[in-house]
Write a protein that binds this ligand. Structure first.
Ligand SMILES: *Cc1c(COP(=O)(O)O)cnc(C)c1O
Length: 398
């Protein structure tokens, strides 16, 4: 890096914050200072560069390094995750994930869930192939198996443990505190993709995770109108390294996107409370539906890690999976028969959507062909149920 590529302020100074709940932080964090006549929302600043003469003294210098339009969102996400520093926002979840994966040591293993987000596994595999390392896939719900995969005899040791919980789309729930403790004892970095649970559901930094990443695209922004990502850490040195990667890689957020995401974030708590309650209600009803083969949701007692989810998480998330009668064709017919639910990939928006995951090339073969992933939004739960019920019957007739 040349001198001019250096970020003007490598790591933000931690500021003491009042203790307040995540729901409050989502609304109150990242506001402009309370001054007479000041706006209540942070302005969007469209400027690629800043006035700067002589040796820079920590002020904004160039908009690839730091901007005042990212900072309110970064402060809000940092506070939501209970971090000592503001988050770092990126142009997408994958941009954040790509930067954080580079914290792994070349030539080592990255241990990751076999049902991790697909592009995360692709990025990890590409990176380790370049650098002579490996990705070791594990069942993240099987704590003993994950710990055994950290330093197996005769294989490269891990330098990074990647955790998703609940996983996509199988909804396996990891014992994150046990896994971070095992990794830390071996000097291995733990990263948690907290997209599915959101900081309202769990705060992995408090359980000893080194870095938390988000696809802000999903629940945090919440309206399916913006792609954005974030990385959060308590460790100033790790933050500096992730920040340097963002500056050099250039995968930065646009100012409008950052502003939209913060606007979406303001309503995070009410959206998540509503969609979680509806997801649990729909999962219970679907479990008794004659045209349903299987339904999974961490809130159902039949879920293999229900007790763990109940102990660790606040709420069980807003995703459920459904295997309708009629196999993959039945599942495809269902996605054509729904009128309110949107047949679409992605998740975490105000609108409810569904997708048969195996229609996508590259989805893990351990995901059943007929499995639909449902992302429950904030519509009236009775309307969601009526649409599912009519679509299940229509699909059975098709
Ligand atoms: C969507 C998603 C990502 C990728 O985020 P983008 O914003 O699409 O780049 C990563 N992890 C999980 C769990 C996701 O759902």
């Amino acid at each position: 890096m040349s001198a001019t590529d250096q970020p003007s302020s490598p790591a933000a100074v931690p500021t003491p914050r009042p203790a307040r709940s995540a729901a409050t932080a989502a609304v109150a964090a990242g506001r402009p200072p309370r001054e007479q006549g000041a706006p209540v929302n942070a302005p969007v600043v469209l400027s690629s560069t800043y006035v700067s003469a002589g040796v820079p003294g920590g002020e904004n210098l160039y908009a690839r390094y730091n901007t005042e339009t990212w900072l309110p969102l970064e402060e809000a996400i940092g506070e939501l995750e209970g971090a000592a520093h503001p988050a770092l926002v990126f142009s997408s979840g994958m941009a954040a994930i790509d930067a954080v994966l580079r914290l792994a040591t070349p030539g080592t293993a990255i241990v990751a869930p076999r049902h991790a987000y697909l592009a995360t596994l692709t990025a990890a595999n590409e990176q380790t192939a370049r650098e002579g390392g490996v990705v070791r896939e594990v069942d993240i719900a099987d704590t003993d198996a994950v710990v055994a995969a950290l330093t197996p005899a005769g294989e490269p040791p891990a330098s990074m443990l990647w955790i998703e919980s609940p996983t996509n789309p199988m909804l396996e729930v990891a014992d994150i505190p046990a896994l971070t403790a095992a990794a830390r004892a071996r000097g291995i970095l733990t990263v948690v993709d907290n997209t599915f649970a959101t900081p309202l559901g769990q705060r992995p930094l408090a359980w000893g995770a080194d870095v938390v990443v988000h696809s802000v695209t999903k629940y945090l922004a919440g309206h399916s109108d913006v792609l954005l990502g974030a990385a959060v850490t308590d460790d100033g040195d790790l933050r500096t390294r992730i920040h340097a990667r963002r500056t050099t890689g250039g995968a930065i957020a646009g100012p409008w996107e950052a502003w939209l995401a913060l606007r979406g974030l303001r309503t995070l708590a009410v959206r998540v409370e509503r969609s979680q309650a509806s997801a649990l209600e729909l999962a219970r009803r679907l479990a008794g539906h004659p045209l349903v083969v299987e339904v999974q949701h961490p809130g159902l007692p039949s879920h293999p890690q229900h007790a763990r989810a109940a102990e660790l998480m606040d709420g069980f998330g807003s995703i459920l999976t459904l295997r309708p009668a009629g196999g993959a064709d039945g599942a495809d017919a269902l996605t054509r028969a729904v009128r309110l639910w949107l047949p679409a990939t992605s998740l975490g928006g105000v609108e409810s959507s569904m997708e048969r995951r195996r229609r996508l090339a590259g989805e893990a073969p351990t995901v059943p062909e007929d499995l639909l992933r449902l992302s429950v939004g904030i519509e009236d739960v009775e309307d969601l149920w009526a649409d599912l019920d009519q679509a299940l019957h229509a699909a059975a007739r098709a």
